[in-house]
Ligand binder design. Structure first.
Ligand code: ARG
Length: 282
């Protein structure tokens, strides 16, 4: 009889334990459940995990004069380009509207730090120096510098031939830094700096500059559109660069959300679709 009792007690105890274990996850209310009384489904599934300059909108700072990454489509008057499509999709996946703020390159990082926009997407190369001021997403694009020169000028075949030449750059870009490096290496070139890349390209056309140092895909497009004017010269001297989306250092939540979405877009083929639209099959 005693044995039976013990057995029953044991069985009950085990059963209780089993139940307790099963019920445990449900029994502990998650903080989210208690803090969100509205258990009713809301249309936007994304809970607020980050700060935004304007609620419900991803505000993107960009120097929109950099085709094919960001430019104004002359026919439609609308912003277009690889970065524009990329950020439009990123915002959509975050459950946000997108708004682009056309910003001069010089001052684009201070603008982010002053919270004029939530992110910078502007074909911006991730550099150590910039990363001291802003956070960068995982890279979304690989690029490098090239020399863009006049189609008529056949004398420039590589960086060494820039000796004695005038080189146009957009001020504060990696093209500017690359030109400075060449000077430090003893290539005696004269740098002329412009606020925007279109002005630097114009300087070649007008004969004010012999060449420009500029991101490769921007140069490829210029030479493709206007082969009578421009020619691209590549040099292994220029290392690969990686574009990133810059986010305010206080906004890790947004940074993580962007990285997640970028990863998703790479996995499900959306990134490749956007890439192919602008650059063809890689
Ligand atoms: N990739 C270069 C840099 O980060 C040039 C970017 C210029 N972008 C622009 N939209 N103008 O310095």
């Amino acid at each position: 009889m005693k044995k039976v009792m013990v057995a029953i007690v044991l069985i009950l105890a085990l059963a209780f334990l089993g139940c307790a274990q099963q019920e445990q996850p449900k029994a502990t209310p998650t903080p989210a459940a208690t803090q969100t009384p509205a258990a009713t489904p809301t249309p936007t599934p994304t809970p607020k995990k980050f700060d935004l300059v304007t609620e419900g909108t991803l505000t993107v700072g960009s120097d929109i004069a950099y085709p094919p990454f960001e430019y104004t489509d002359e026919k439609t008057g609308k912003y277009a380009g690889f970065d524009i499509d990329l950020m439009t999709e990123v915002a959509k996946r975050l459950g946000l509207q997108v708004k682009f703020v056309n910003t001069a390159w010089d001052g684009i990082i201070p603008g982010l730090m002053a919270k004029k926009y939530d992110v910078i997407c502007s074909a911006m190369t991730i550099t150590e120096e910039r990363a001291k001021q802003v956070d960068f997403s995982n890279s979304y694009f690989e690029a490098k510098q090239v020399i863009l020169t006049s189609a008529k000028d056949t004398s420039i075949k590589g960086v060494k031939d820039l000796d004695g030449k005038t080189v146009a750059v957009q001020q504060g870009t990696t093209g500017d830094f690359a030109a400075q490096k060449l000077v430090e290496k003893g290539i005696n070139l004269k740098i002329i700096r412009f606020e925007g890349t279109p002005e630097a390209l114009l300087a070649i056309q007008k004969g004010d500059a012999d060449a420009a140092i500029i991101d490769n895909f921007v140069a490829y497009l210029a030479a493709k559109k206007d082969p009578e004017t421009y020619r691209v010269v590549e040099d292994p001297e220029f290392p690969p660069e990686y574009y990133g989306i810059a986010v305010h250092k206080d906004n890790k939540g947004l940074l993580n959300a962007i990285n997640e979405v970028l990863e998703e877009m790479k996995k499900d083929g959306t990134y490749d679709k956007i890439y192919e639209k602008w650059f063809g099959k890689g």
